[in-house]
Every structure is written in C-alpha cells, then in structure tokens.
Design a protein around this ligand. Sequence first.
Ligand code: ACM
Ligand code: ZN
Length: 622
Amino acid sequence: MNTPKILFVAVFIFINSAIKAQLQSRQFSIIPEPEFVKVMPGNFKLNSATIILYDDRNAQLKFISDQLSEKLKAYTGNKLPVKKLTAAGGKNQIVFKLSDKLPGLGVEGYTMNVNSGSIVITAKQPQGCFYGMQTLLQLLPLDPKEEASIPALQIQDQPRFSWRGSMLDVSRHFYTVEQVKQYIDFLAAYKLNTFHWHLTDNQGWRIEIKKYPLLTSIGAWRKRSLIGHFEEQPERFDATPHGGFYTQEEIKDIVAYAQRKYVTVVPEIDLPGHCTSALAGYPELGCGENPGPFEVKDKWGVFDDVYCAGKENTFKFLEDVFTEVATLFPGKVIHIGGDECRKTNWKSCTYCQARMKKEGLKDEHELQGYFVNRIAQVLKAKNKRIIGWDEILEGDQLRPDALVMSWRGTTGGVTAAKKHHDVVMTPTTYLYLDYYQGAPYLEPLTIDGFNTLERVYNYEPIPSALNAEEVKYIKGVQGNIWTEFIPDFNHLQYMAFPRLSALAEVAWSAPEKKNWEKFKLKMETEYNRYEAQGINYSKSAYQVSFEMVDGARTQKAQMVLKTQSYNPDIYYTLDGTEPSQNANKYVGPFNVNPNVKIKAATFKNGIKMGQTTDYEVTKQDR
Ligand code: ACM
Ligand code: ZN
C-alpha cells in the first residue's frame, strides 16, 4: 500500500469513527441526567433470544420485567421471556436485582451495568429498578427497525428530590381515564413520581362521592364555557355543555396503574374557596341563611363563593368527602387546596362571625387557618397529612405536619421552611407549564406568563434565603398545568412537552450535573423521540429571539439572533420576505439599519422548525 492510500484509509477510518462516536453520543440522551455515567467499549445487542431475569424476592420486579418485555416487543418482534433469576453470569440477559449493598444510593437509586453479555440493573428497592428500566429505554435507538445495540456503560443514579411532581387540572377541562393514564406515563418516563390531580374547582367536580351524588350529577357539568381570555370584553361563550367525572372504580384503576409506575397520586379537593361546583349541588354549605342558588361556573377566574366556615354542616360534609377520598388514595398526602379564598362572604355571614367570636379568631385569615386545621385534623385521624397552596400559612397556626406548596413565587416556601414545614416548590414564574413558552403572539392563548424551556430548566428550587438546616425542608418541585385554556389532550401535550423534560432535570439531577448546552443537544434526540411516540410537542424552543447589543469592537449596535435549541441553523431576511434556506444564514452579530424588519426562522434537515419571528429595528435600538 502506498502512503496516500494508507492516509486515505486512515482518514476514512477516522471520519467513520468520529461519526460513530457522534451517533453514539447522540443516543446518550438520558433525561434526566444521571449522577454518574461511564461509557466503555463494546455494546449489548438486544435480539429475540434475549431473556429478562428478575430477583424473585420481590414480586414487583416481575411486574417491572413484564413492562420491559412489553416495551421491547417493537424491537425484538416477540415478547422476551421473563424468568426468575437463579444464577447470574449467563449470556444475552437483562437482569433486575435487589441489593442492600449499594453504598451511597438511596431508596430510589439504581446502578446499571451494560456489557456485551448482559445488562444488570441493581437497586435497593423496586422503584430503583423501574428507573433503571426507564434509562435503558432511553438508550435504545428511536427506530425499532434499527439494530438495538446498547453501548457498554456503567451508571449510578439517584434523584436529588423526593417529591418530583406535576399537577393536572381536570376541573376546567375534563380528561378521560385513558388520557390521565397517558399523562402518568409521561411522568414515569421522566422519573417523576408524584401526580397531583386537581379534581375539584368552580368549573367542575370530577370525583364520585357516594354519600353526595349531587356533587357529580350536578357539579360535574356546566352548560357552556368561556372562549378567549377572561379579561376580554364582551365575554364570549361556546354553546357546548362540558363535563365528566371519574367513578370510584375508575379512580382505583388509575391509582393502581400509577402504582405500577411508582407514581403517587395526590388528589386535590380544593377548599375553602374554589368550590362552586360543590355548592351547585349542596347550596346550604354556602354562607348565610339561604345561600344560592349556585351554578357550576362557565368562566375562569376567582369568585366569592366559599364554604361557610361557621356551619358545622360544612365540616360534616367535608369529613364525609375526605373519608371516601382517603380510602381511594393510598398515598400519605392529600391536597386540600387553600388558595385564593376570598373573604367577602365570611365577613357578612352571621355563622362565620359567630365562629370567629367563639374561637377567638381576630380576622378572616385566622378563620381560614382554623378551617384548614380542622380539615387537617380530620385527615390526621385517617393517618394522612395535608398539603396546601401557600395561603394555608394564613392565620399563622398551621399544624406542623402540614406540607406547603409554594406557588406565589418562593416566599411561601421560604416562610414555611423556616417554620419547619415540608415544602414543594412550584412558583408560577418558573414552573407553571400552562404559561406561554414562546413569543405570545405566535402561541395558543394562555392565562399569562412566560416560562420558556430555558427558564424552566434553569430554575433552582433551593431558595438562597434558607440556611443548611432549613434547606432540608425543601422536599421537591412540581410543574403545574391548569387547563382553563387547554381544552383537549393534544393541546395539553403541547404545553407539557418539552417543558416536562426540563422539569425532570430540575427535580432529579444534581445541580452540578445540569448543563443547558448539553441539555439542548439531548433535546435534539428527545424531539425525535416525541415524533416517534406521536407526542404533540411545542417547537417554540426553535423560535428565534432578537437582541440588540453593542458591537465589541465598533461599539455600534448589532443584532444577535438566538434560540433555545442546540446549534441552530438560523436564516433571516431584511426585506420583509419569509426566510428560507436561501436567505441570509446567521453566523454572528450583524449591523442593522433603523426601519428594517428582520424575519428569522430555524431550519433542521431542510425543515423549518417552529414559526417565523420578526423584529422591527427602531431608531432607539441603535
Ligand atoms: C393556584 O394557581 N391558584 C394555586
Ligand atoms: Zn359563613
């Protein structure tokens, strides 16, 4: 072989391995980012002869093995056999094992060892094996027709927080049992472990309570729904009745389904406000002598309707409701709402005022505290703890075992942690996933806000105002989806994805493992995964945003184009035409003249991603 030929072959091999390395690194889009990953040479080739073995000291490992076998069917053509583990060391095996000897790992952690002969996932508890399975699924090629080879590696992994949640509001719009299960699957795939189910609100009561059938026969239905934003005038309505509820059998089914995915369902029965749907069936629970009539609300917002805090009947009703709720949900924590309770009716109600006098409560905030604590006591007797929105701190008498969900920023969380309440951080300004995620003029209508993928990703849940002792009370985070403006499951997916993936790293990954650049690269694979799974996701992270900066050398104003996607190919025009790949390619900051309209878009593999954005340069900009 002469020298040029050797060189040619060497260059060829080099390029080839570089491409392979890139391909392999692309497959490493594990979200959330694990604690420790070491890649090694070689790989495990999954095929129809692979067997799945489980440690039969715990029956749950068989369920996990069965779930994996089902998921791998697309790759192997058959359902892989699932068998009890007898002796380790065989070939072509995927093994789930339990072990107490995993130093440094907590109850949800796992280790995973992949070599050419086997994949071994070991954990202290079954949920660790389940999370190992989720990681394994992310290591597979997206296309099941490709060779299913999994790179040899070692992983050690565990979550940062124990409460990794997402809330879904099914009151403003109802979602079916199948859709709720699918939502739980979304959470589980990202190692989120808490499904906060907002079951009751002014616009619909969604849980069957046997003792009070009117809650659902009346409370689950509204005649019509507001169209457009609630601040728009005149108000517009559709002409379609909306409603639905879950029977107790359906709830048991969903809870059991979630349990197999290691997701705890936390039901929310909102009180003392947000209760018009209950009052619609049982108006006597409202304030005053002859309250009502009430109708299930057909528009969004906060209303004066509240449960009367003076009538004993209110507490009897709620005790009965929570008796049924407590038996349906095996989790230790029940959400009692507590948010946005207007005090107008309490102020003019003789029952409420008599209660305040009798209990020595100095104002209606203390009455709210009294209300919440009475419910907390009811639940304590059923061996449950309450969690509530941060207004449950009102009145300054909250039982010490109550958890606080900090939503109006982080102040409630800080106050609660300083008082040694366990806290879940879910500030509107970072973690409300019903807020805009891209330029509002291009997005479907939302209530408000602007929580982009990057903003969610960069949220740090531990408030700096807490000392080392107080920090321990921050149990985790949660992304919330209120559905006033989300009428169907397709739209719900659009709001959840891709931001759930950012939430997953906030909730699971150690701060030093988070990296926005790496995350954006992983998202390129993740978007393909959404495509492969038929998930309707938002491409808003590809939208181009505009920023005028002073040029470093010239000090003249220059235009910078940015996206929240990895290494984007941005094209722009200055003549008002729609940018294509024949337009100017953005390579760095450029000079612009006033009165020029810039239009920009991102392209990937020849396809425009997301919508075109534009920016009109003014004299002031320059
Ligand atoms: C809330 O967003 N009202 C808790
Ligand atoms: Zn009252």
